[in-house]
Design a protein around this ligand. Structure first.
Ligand code: 5GP
Ligand code: ZN
Length: 113
């Protein structure tokens, strides 16, 4: 998708600090971290948001969860982390390319804001 910042990161047109990559997924450090560990996990395929995925994307969505587990293990936050996607402007989504925030390294509050 032209002009999509996360497509450009996935295509290595824009720099990011990658921590994980497969042929379908990429994960890199958030530019504006909200916790000591704040990693974004994205699909390389452009999906605007979770609401826009299709049934055929279900295995890919599952792989995101497993990637999060592996990245959390490697980052040393397996004992406490949060995996969240903001779906739509009302939920705080600012980049229109499906991504999951993996946050850890501090106490997480509930309910979220
Ligand atoms: P959202 O608000 O859409 O849920 O999350 C977007 C996230 O992307 C934010 O946490 C923001 O800091 C991060 N972000 C926006 N632009 C860039 C960028 O160019 N590089 C990186 N690494 N993160 C970005
Ligand atoms: Zn994109």
């Amino acid at each position: 998708m032209p002009d999509c910042i996360f497509c450009k990161i996935a295509g290595r047109e824009i720099n990011a600090k990658f921590v994980y990559e497969t042929d379908e997924l990429a994960a890199f450090q958030d530019l504006n971290p909200q916790a000591p560990t704040h990693i974004l996990i994205i699909t390389k395929k452009h999906i605007t948001r979770l609401s826009d995925c299709s049934q055929e994307d279900a295995p890919l969505l599952g792989k995101i969860q497993y990637a999060a587990k592996e990245i959390a293990d490697k980052a040393g936050i397996a004992e406490g982390f949060r995996l969240v996607t903001n779906n739509g402007r009302k939920a705080g989504q600012s980049v229109d390319h499906l991504h999951y925030h993996l946050l850890g390294g501090r106490k997480m509050n509930w309910p979220p804001g």
